[in-house]
Structures are given as structure tokens and as C-alpha cells.
Design a protein around this ligand. Structure first.
Ligand SMILES: Cc1cc2nc3c(=O)[nH]c(=O)nc-3n(C[C@H](O)[C@H](O)[C@H](O)COP(=O)(O)OP(=O)(O)OC[C@H]3O[C@@H](n4cnc5c(N)ncnc54)[C@H](O)[C@@H]3O)c2cc1C
Length: 642
């Protein structure tokens, strides 16, 4: 079924120039040994011969054929979680699965495959291109919220950072009433989902990169490693931190995701291409006869019968256009919603599952009054600061030459999506104001800044505040992420925001975008944290190392110094770091939860949600590895429940 056509070279596609394809000079195995040269395949594939399963239907052929004999599981959304669960369930040939994905299957598009082009995918046809409603808390700005719309979802758009949060981040989920979802419970699934390739000898020699072999997996679908290509300009940043007595962790995957550390990228080191849910989980499963897929097909509604606590989803409704014919897939066992942090609450609400008042306002019959659907929206947001650093020359990048080198040898700057050295700084390291900030958090009434007055959601937020008050006072959990994006250009990202946003439908149609309200800084304490985070950056940039490089601040500039001034600066530029979470949280029902610890939606017999929307409290990490691990665990739960 798989047919690869040699259509165009990458360079021809991108720059209209032909660059010959040679062979890989080397690949790395997970033992770190570099074996013999192997030929490489072109990864381009003609869209007309793309990998599709035997049972791949268009919505039209599906509706007009006898295809719908009913599926054991209908999975809605083919992103990180959806592809993972589809793969694991169809391992059992007796289980039939239909996956419905609103977007296409990409034809191994080079902008997705080549790590060095990772930032090019946002804004293309693979992006939903969501926008927020005007954000009152940030000067009425309308913010972009990119999300993947293709098989692979956000994992096809992302910057490939492959990272776990700290033990404390996941143990906080247990504190909130989710036994079975702490660090020790998730670690086997982090391992199950990955094949980790240790750093090459040159990385060990040149950069001293270390790792803990015991915390990694070596046989799972998602390949990851630290790319060989690293830039000299990273060194002063490391030295500056060492002058503040902040060192480099042995391995960020060990449950201590703080200070500086080297983080792998989701990348296949045999050919230095992106690893995403499509090639890691979807492709290996795609030819199983028990796996059917609908592409370019939008789920519009869950058709249900009965009342709580025994509500049953009988069919899933879908269409290819807003006014197009509706078609249906019947469910023998369960519907599994994996449409991501925006579309999951949207589909639930459009199906009558959500806050009663919202559903009433749109004349949607209430199937289940679940006030938490669409609430508890959390995201890492970031600001940028710029320092001039005359003594740290930026490594020049010639994109045409870099692409040619990549295409010919799979070496050079395009083998890596971004830098791999990250700073995750605990609150207690970042500021002397920890006690003041956490005391103020404790003094706030829980409902004060929320987008709802529902007592269960308020109670859930109150519980989160309590957990954060305790855990953020420790040094084993991060508060701010600092990325040295280029010499002197620093991304500063709040990892534990106190603000909570929402997703609310404004029409009955899932083809219309919902109201997305990130509400960054709606809890003003977040601005204090951001201000102190920037003050910490100033400390780094004032170390003897940075002074010796002539570093001085230009944006926002040294005159921007009070909390009010720094807040105004942050409001003018804050944007997403792409980690939307929490809108269908795994929490107890009386804490505004939407799913229980088996990922079952409250009130339903056969509806589960598992994706970033079920994250109850956003962890301090880029979240894809967490979503994959949650989906691996959910798949086991679903299989065991059969
Ligand atoms: C630009 C960007 C950069 C990022 N960078 C990183 C990074 O470097 N490292 C990291 O760890 N994380 C990163 N992330 C986050 C990570 O990719 C996401 O958290 C992850 O993909 C979420 O997985 P998910 O399964 O919840 O949803 P998704 O992966 O978003 O999948 C949801 C799927 O559901 C489909 N869908 C939606 N609505 C419907 C519908 N009505 N019918 C049918 N299908 C539907 C969507 O098209 C999509 O394919 C980034 C994300 C983005 C967008």
C-alpha cells in the first residue's frame, strides 16, 4: 500500500534549485555507535499515493458505502493523543477503530520533515490559525493560537522539544484528586513511548552532555536525541549561569526539570527528520485491516442516548463542510475525544455537554451539565527581551547552503529545530519575593479572577492554588523558562500561570471557531512573576561573563524597571508558547472536572477524553511528551476496560 514517489527534491521545492541526493555519512544507534553508511530515501511522497489505510474513506464514500458496520472505538482527532491511542488499540486485531481527522495527511512535506524548517509550519494550510477574542487583560490585543490541522496535529507544527516536567509537577495532579497520575505512574509510559538515542561521543566531548540511562525508553515509537549540531554562542550563557551557581542537570528526564539542562528533540537520528505522531504512531498502524481513517472530515456532534450517569454515545456525526451533508459512524464500544484543547470542549459543548447556561443561550439541548467544559484553560505565555552582546557573535546562517548541506549529508544547522539547552528556573531561585508572591496567591479568593462563578470550578481552582502555594516554594519545580534563542535574544516563559482562560462556543457548528479567551494576566500576580523573571534575566546578563561580552539591554531597556513598567511591556508583547491545556480537566467532579482518572467523561458510559485538554494543572515543560505519555496510559486503561 505504501508507495513512495521521487517527485521533487527538497531544495527544488523550496528554492527551485536541484541539489543531488547522496547518502547518509553516518547514523547513530541507541548505543551511540555509528555504523555503516546507509542510503537514504527521499521522504517526499506524492499526495495521491500517500500512505492511507485499506479502509481509508472520504466522508462521501463512507456515507454511501456499507462501511459503517459500527466501530468498537471512534477516535476524534488524529493528533498526538489520537494517533497514539489509535495505534495502541489496533495492536489487537479484534478491535476495530475509526479515526476521524479534520485535516489532511501531509505528503511528507519538507517543511514538516526538516527540523531546521520547524518554525515554518505555523500559518500554513496545516494550521487551524485560531485567534482569541480581544484580550482585555492585554490591551485588547487579539492573539494567534496556532494548532495543528492534519494527521499528527500539533506535533507536525511544533519545535520538537522533547521534555518531561519535574516529578513535583505530576505529583501535583495526584494532590488534586487524581490517584494513578503521579510521576511514578507516568514514568513507565514516558519510557514506553520513546526510543532515546544517547548523545553522540562528540556531544559528550565537546559539550559534556550527560544522561541517565535508567529513565529512558529504548523501544518506543517516538525517537529522540540531542542533535549533534550545536552553536558556540551557547557557551557564554552556560558560563553566566555557572557564575550564579546554577549548573546543568544530569538529565531533564529524571524528574528534576530545573536549572539548566540539555533536552532532546523529537527527531530520528538515522536521517535527521522530525518525529511526530504521524510517522511514529500513525504510519506503523495504518495498514492494519482493523484501522479505518476519515481525513479532511470534521466531527460536528456526538449523538447520545439516555441520561446521566448512564449516557451513551451511539454515533458520531461528521461532515466536510459547514452546510454539507451530515454522515454518521456507529459506535460499538466507545467514543474517544482527542481533538485538542480548543476543539475538544467545542465538540462537547456543541453536543450538549458543558455549562448549562452556555448551552441554553444557544438553544442546545443539555445532555450533561458539566460546568468545567471549556474552563481551566492554561498556557505557557512568553515575552521576549533583547540584549546587545558584541562579544558573542551569532553563528551565521545561509539557508540555501544549510539546506544543501542537509540534503546532501544530513549535517549542519537544518538537522536541528532549535537550541537544546533550556533554563527552567524555580521561583525560589528566580526571586527573593517567593514568599510574598505565594502569600498573595493564598490570600486571593479563588473565584476572584475566574471566567465563571460555578462553585465546582472555583473549588478546583482553589485546590490548584493550594497545591501551587506549597510546591512552588520548593526548588524542585520550575517557574520560568528561559531560552537563549540567539545571542542576547531571550524568551522568558511563565511556566505556572495563575490566570485561567476559557473556550466557549458561540454557535452550534464546530465549523465556526469558538470564543478563545486565554486571559493571560487576568490574575495580576502573573505580571509580578513575569517582572521578577525579567529581573532574573538581568542578573544573568550582568554576570562577569556577560559583562566581558559587553552585554547591555535594549528591549525592554534598563529604564523599564518598576512592576508597573514591566507589566506594561509584557502586556504589549506577551504571546503563546503553544502549550494550551486544561479545558476538559481530569479532576474530581466537585472540582470542576470533566473526566475521571480513567479519562471517562462524568455521566457517560462510553465517552472518554484524552488529550492536552485533560491536563489538570499545566506542568513546567514543553508538553508533547506528557500528552503522549497520558495517551499511552489511557490506551492501557481502555484496553483493560474492554
Ligand atoms: C506551534 C506549536 C509549537 C509547539 N512546540 C512544542 C514543542 O517544541 N515541544 C512540545 O513538547 N510541545 C510543543 N507544542 C505542543 C504540542 O504539540 C501539543 O501540546 C500537542 O500536539 C497536543 O496534542 P493533542 O493530542 O492534545 O492535540 P493535537 O495534537 O492538536 O491534535 C488534535 C487533532 O484533532 C483534530 N481536530 C480538531 N477538531 C476536530 C474535529 N472537529 N473533527 C476531527 N478532528 C478534529 C485536529 O485537526 C488535530 O489534528 C507546540 C504546539 C504548537 C501548535
Amino acid at each position: 500500500m505504501v508507495q513512495i514517489s521521487k517527485r521533487r527534491s527538497i531544495a527544488a521545492l523550496l528554492f527551485g534549485v536541484a541539489i543531488p541526493v547522496y547518502s547518509l555519512p553516518s547514523i547513530r544507534t541507541n548505543t551511540g555507535i555509528r555504523p555503516a553508511i546507509i542510503a537514504r530515501e527521499e521522504f517526499e511522497e506524492d499526495a495521491s499515493t500517500a500512505i492511507v489505510p485499506e479502509g481509508n474513506f472520504t466522508a462521501t464514500t463512507f456515507a454511501s458505502s456499507s462501511a459503517d458496520k459500527g466501530y468498537d472505538y471512534v477516535i476524534i482527532g488524529g493528533g498526538a493523543a489520537g494517533c497514539t491511542i489509535a495505534n495502541r488499540l489496533t495492536e489487537d486485531p479484534k478491535i476495530s477503530v475509526l479515526l476521524i481527522e479534520a485535516g489532511p495527511l501531509d505528503p511528507y512535506d519538507p517543511i514538516i520533515q526538516i527540523p531546521g524548517l520547524a518554525d515554518q509550519v505555523v500559518g500554513t494550510q496545516y494550521d487551524w490559525k485560531y485567534k482569541t477574542v480581544p484580550q482585555t487583560s492585554v490591551n485588547n490585543r487579539i492573539l494567534d493560537v496556532p494548532m495543528g490541522k492534519l494527521i499528527g496535529g500539533g506535533t507536525a507544527l511544533n519545535r520538537q522539544v522533547w521534555q518531561r516536567a519535574s516529578r513535583s509537577d505530576y505529583d501535583a495532579w495526584v494532590d488534586l484528586g487524581n490517584p494513578g497520575w503521579g510521576w511514578d505512574d507516568l514514568l513507565p509510559y514516558f519510557k514506553k513511548g520513546e526510543t532515546f538515542y544517547p548523545p553522540s561521543p562528540s556531544l559528550v566531548n565537546d559539550w559534556g552532555i550527560s544522561y541517565d540511562p535508567a529513565v529512558h525508553g529504548y523501544t518506543g515509537p517516538m525517537k529522540n536525541t540531542v542533535p549533534d549540531y550545536q552553536k558556540a554562542e551557547t557557551t557564554p550563557w552556560i558560563t553566566a549561569f555557572s557564575q550564579l551557581n546554577i549548573g546543568i542537570q544530569t538529565d531533564q528526564a529524571s524528574g528534576l526539570n530545573t536549572n539548566l539542562f540539555w533536552t532532546p528533540a523529537a527527531i530520528d537520528p538515522s536521517n535527521w527528520t522530525r518525529q511526530y505522531a504521524r510517522n511514529a504512531y500513525y504510519d506503523p498502524a495504518v495498514n492494519r485491516p482493523n484501522f479505518h481513517v476519515l481525513l479532511n472530515t470534521t466531527v460536528t456532534k456526538l449523538i447520545t442516548t439516555g441520561t446521566g450517569p448512564g449516557i451513551k454515545v451511539t454515533r458520531v456525526e461528521f461532515a466536510t463542510s459547514k452546510d454539507g451533508k451530515r454522515s454518521y459512524a456507529s459506535i460499538n464500544k466507545e467514543a474517544i475525544l482527542t481533538a485538542g484543547t480548543i476543539a475538544t470542549p467545542q465538540i462537547l459543548q456543541a453536543s450538549g455537554v458543558g455549562p448549562q447556561a452556555l448551552l441554553n443561550s444557544l438553544d442546545i439541548p443539555v445532555v450533561a451539565n458539566l460546568p468545567g467544559v471549556g474552563q481551566n484553560y492554561q498556557d505557557h505565555n512568553n515575552i521576549l527581551s533583547i540584549f546587545v552582546t558584541p562579544g558573542i557573535p551569532a553563528t551565521p546562517l545561509d539557508p540555501v547552503a544549510a539546506l544543501a548541506e542537509y540534503n546532501a549529508y544530513r549535517t549542519g544547522p537544518f538537522t536541528t529545530p532549535s537550541g537544546n539547552l533550556l533554563g527552567f528556573i524555580p521561583l525560589v531561585t528566580m526571586t527573593t519575593n517567593t514568599t510574598s508572591i505565594l502569600t498573595k496567591l493564598g490570600q486571593q479568593s479563588a473565584g476572584q479572577y475566574l471566567d465563571t462563578t460555578d462553585p465546582t470550578v472555583v473549588a478546583g481552582y482553589s485546590a490548584q492554588k493550594n497545591v501551587l502555594q506549597t510546591r512552588l516554594a520548593q526548588s524542585d519545580i520550575a517557574m520560568t523558562e528561559l531560552i537563549w534563542a540567539a545571542p542576547g535574544i531571550i524568551v522568558e516563559a511563565n511556566q505556572h500561570p495563575f490566570s485561567r482562560g476559557s473556550v466557549k462556543i458561540n454557535s452550534k457548528s464546530t465549523f465556526d471557531y469558538p470564543n478563545i479567551d486565554l486571559r493571560y494576566g487576568s490574575n495580576p500576580l502573573d505580571w509580578e512573576v513575569i517582572a521578577d523573571s525579567h529581573r532574573f534575566v538581568r542578573r544573568v546578563m550582568q554576570t562577569p561573563e556577560m559583562a566581558s561580552k559587553g552585554a547591555f539591554e535594549v528591549v525592554p531597556g534598563p529604564d523599564v524597571s518598576t512592576n508597573d513598567q514591566l507589566t506594561e511591556y509584557a502586556k504589549s508583547g506577551v504571546s503563546t508558547l503553544f502549550h494550551s491545556s486544561g479545558t476538559a480537566s481530569m479532576l474530581p467532579l466537585d472540582k470542576g472536572g470533566v473526566v475521571d482518572t480513567n479519562m471517562k467523561v462524568y455521566g457517560f458510559r462510553n465517552l472518554r477524553v484524552c488529550d492536552a485538554s485533560t491536563i489538570p494543572l499545566i506542568p513546567a515543560a514543553h508538553i508533547q511528551a506528557t500528552v503522549y505519555a497520558m495517551a499511552e496510559k489511557a490506551a492501557d486503561i481502555i484496553k483493560a476496560a474492554q
